[in-house]
Design a protein around this ligand. Structure first.
Ligand code: ZN
Ligand code: FE
Length: 759
């Protein structure tokens, strides 16, 4: 047979591509390339992957396959490609087939994506049919996960199914050369969702342009609840001192920093210092809130992030936001639409009821949100993105794991997330919130069901924390499934080991607020040795007895009084701003051991020092006392307090006695509070290093993993990391998995997987 004849031979292949390949313009791209290379057959969504049946000449097929992989759309992410040779059959055309349903292994769904430059140009173009249309999107941008009910991803499985495409939109949808070819949420003014403005009584405000009207109201000092991608925001003019205070009062959020949305990157640079990495994230297609260092020039209200060097800023990410900032406004407070402590509101009627006492007006739309989602929060440490709250733009999040088990892990009590696995992958849910809030708890249950449904995983095992009072633990008790209990700080450690793919033994430093220990004490300054399967506790801060239960967390002065009392000193002498009777009561109750708990929590130790220095006696948001203690540091010092490491029953303990005495002494000689705070931070860093040096020799392990909510403290994390590296430790900390309790569910899941594999 001649070579020419052989080359002319028609072949047929079945290609299966998995990854983020649905809802990102993958099939249209395949179609275009097929036309390019004279390929016949079809492409379709299948489960969570894309299937291509293609026939053509050998050389053409080769080029076709290479091009669909190499020139895949920007939002897609290919995980695996499988190619199977089939017997040749004749196809007349190449076409995009209707989705069929089959369950595959990896289920990657695209997150919601910020408006792309092309769509932005269209909405600002007077001659475009989408001029000023706030729901404009295309294959490269727009809503995804927040509107999807089920897979495979098709319009009729999203909340866009209510809106029937008009003739023109339908043409775009069916035209392989259009940017909106098979864009499932495609719509326009004629056929898509619309916005309307109502007042607090529910009366529709008659206006030709509800967006312009909204900005006018914002400029006049009103608070407007605005429905966005993942839920409602409460918005007000960030420059208006009075309105910002009003918002804080009404929302019952006196101190916790409020997020700001700025007009553009150049305005962000007027209010904050921005490095290259931060700019890249701010202007990227995920558009999270980025924590930046403030420039105190008085451009914005002082009340946005009081007692904090940082401010959370984001840029517009939907057409609606761009249209708002097209008016004469530069910065808006855009805080989640809720009453403090409650989850973000996302259903029109409920939001109207619940936010009625806060908002003066409501800018609503009629597209349903299926999965409520907050804005994500990130910061940059050493040129790397560290995610604090994983939600819009970052969820869903799939990670490869070593276990094929179907597992559901329920996370912690605060900053809850859940995680579910099947087929060798696990999926971390969006940030859900604090489960002692009933509405958050309902969202938690909804998230479990939604994840099971959309991922088609019926778990066999549930992994939970050891804390008997956690709502997630009580939820699990109602289930018949096999349960695995995992210690809180082991979960933190596993989350860091897993994220960094460490296969060796590690020394874990887990600095945290609250975690139930295996001895029923409340842990939180744990030096653990081990791996994902098991750990041994090697050291911790010496136990202290704290009075007041949950109240001690809300009122750091109680914790301070408890610490001081444990040293045999009179707390009244050192907490002179607190009423004597209150302290005497705590003292009495400590004496009779009423409502007390034993704790090694480092979070509480920070609270103690913060109260002792008069920085924060009572908190109104999680971690406030420690955050304000860190933020008061204004210059570098290498000074630190004396401390002692003792050994008891084979476990090392860091005695806090001399540290507190040192602080008290410095207060007496009127040393600056900022210096005392720096010295205290340095002390924590120093004893951690010394402890790790001891453990490195004892266990011959050089890997250190840092995790736990206390490490949200930048001074602590960056200085400790730097000093450990100088001592040749290999240091890891969480980056994409939150270092706080939002990362717990991922750690739990990994431990659950390892334990079930062992059996
Ligand atoms: Zn677009
Ligand atoms: Fe924790």
């Amino acid at each position: 047979m001649s070579k020419a004849l052989f080359d002319d031979e028609n072949l047929r292949y079945l290609i299966n591509i998995s990854g983020i390949v649905q809802g990102v313009g993958f099939r249209p791209n395949v179609y275009k390339e097929a036309i390019n290379y004279n390929i016949f057959g079809w492409v379709k969504n299948s489960g969570a992957s894309v299937e291509i049946d293609c026939t053509g000449r050998r050389e053409d097929l080769k080029k076709f396959i290479l091009s669909i992989i190499k020139s895949s759309p920007p939002l897609s992410k290919i995980e695996t490609v499988r190619i199977k040779k089939l017997d040749y059959i004749y196809y007349k055309y190449f076409k995009i087939k209707e989705s069929i349903y089959s369950s595959g292994n990896l289920k990657l769904i695209s997150p919601d994506i910020a408006t792309c430059p092309k769509c932005l140009t269209e909405i600002m173009d007077k001659n475009s049919k989408r001029y000023r249309y706030p729901f404009t999107n295309c294959t490269e941008c727009g809503p995804r996960y927040s509107i999807i009910n089920r897979l495979p991803y098709d319009r009729n499985r999203t909340s866009m199914k209510e809106f029937i495409m008009c003739v023109k939109c339908n043409e775009e949808y069916n035209n392989p050369l259009s940017r909106r070819f098979h864009t499932e949420p495609n719509c326009c003014m004629e056929c898509g969702p619309s916005m309307y403005l109502i007042d607090r009584q529910g009366n529709k405000i008659s206006t030709v342009d509800p967006i312009k009207e909204t900005v006018k109201l914002l400029r006049e000092g009103y608070i407007v609840a605005i429905k966005g991608l993942g839920g409602f925001h409460l918005a007000c003019d960030a420059k208006n001192e009075e309105t910002v205070s009003k918002l804080r009062n009404k929302k019952n959020r006196p101190h916790k920093p409020l997020a700001v949305m700025a007009k553009d990157i150049s305005y962000v640079k007027k209010i904050c210092r921005v490095n290259n990495k931060e700019e890249e994230i701010l202007t990227g297609n995920k558009r999270p809130i980025v924590l930046l260092n403030k420039i105190e020039k008085g451009l914005l209200s002082k009340n946005i992030s009081p007692n904090n060097k940082k401010m959370g800023v984001m840029l517009p990410y939907t057409p609606l936001h761009y249209l708002m900032f097209d008016e004469d406004i530069e910065a808006l407070v855009m805080t989640s639409g809720n009453i403090s402590g409650n989850p973000i509101q996302y259903v029109n009627d409920e939001a109207f009821k619940s936010l009625n006492k806060i908002a003066d007006y409501f800018l609503m739309h009629n597209r349903e949100i299926i999965v409520p989602m907050d804005d994500s929060v990130v910061k940059v440490i050493n040129e790397e993105e560290c995610v604090i709250r994983r939600a819009r733009g970052y969820i869903p999040y799939a990670l490869k794991i070593g276990s094929l088990e179907k597992i559901l892990s329920l996370g912690g009590e605060e900053k809850n997330t859940i995680c579910i696995s099947g087929g060798g992958y696990c999926y971390l849910s969006q940030y859900i919130g604090d489960l002692d809030n009933l509405e958050s708890y309902n969202n938690f249950k909804r998230a479990i069901n939604h994840n099971k449904q959309i991922l088609e995983i019926e778990p066999d095992i549930i992994v939970i924390d050891m804390h008997p009072q956690y709502k997630s633990v009580k939820y699990a008790e109602e289930s018949e499934l096999k349960k695995t209990k995992v210690q809180h700080h082991h979960s933190h450690m596993a989350s860091c080991i897993g994220e960094n793919s460490i296969n060796e033994e590690c020394l874990g430093v887990i600095f945290d607020g609250t975690g139930f220990g295996t001895d029923d004490a409340i842990w939180g300054s744990e030096f653990l040795v081990g791996n994902i399967s098991e750990v041994k506790r090697a050291a911790h801060l010496k136990y202290v007895t704290i009075q007041g239960g949950d109240k001690s967390i809300k009122e750091p002065w109680r914790t301070a009084a408890s610490f001081i009392y444990s040293l045999g000193l009179d707390p009244n002498k050192y907490l002179s701003n607190i009423e004597k009777e209150k302290i005497d009561t705590v003292r009495k109750l400590l004496n009779s051991e009423y409502n007390t708990y034993v704790s090694s929590s480092l979070g509480r130790f920070f609270d103690c020092i913060s109260a002792l220095l008069g920085i924060c006696y009572e908190i109104s948001y999680d971690g406030q006392a420690a955050i304000e203690l860190e933020n008061i540091i204004n210059k570098k010092t290498e000074e630190y307090y004396f401390y002692e490491i003792i050994k008891q029953n084979g476990i090392y303990q860091i005695d806090y006695k001399h540290i507190i005495e040192g602080v008290i002494e410095d207060i007496k000689i009127k040393k600056e509070v900022s210096e005392i705070s720096a010295k205290f931070h340095n002390t924590i860093i120093n004893f951690t290093i010394q402890m790790l040096c001891i453990l490195r020799i004892k266990y011959n392990i050089n890997n250190v993993v840092l995790s736990g909510g206390v490490f949200e403290n930048n001074y602590l994390l960056t200085n400790l990391n730097e000093k450990l590296q100088k001592l040749w430790f290999k240091v890891y900390f969480n980056k994409q998995i939150p270092i706080n309790d939002s990362g717990i569910s991922y750690g739990q899941l990994l431990i659950g997987g390892k334990l079930s594999n062992k059996e």
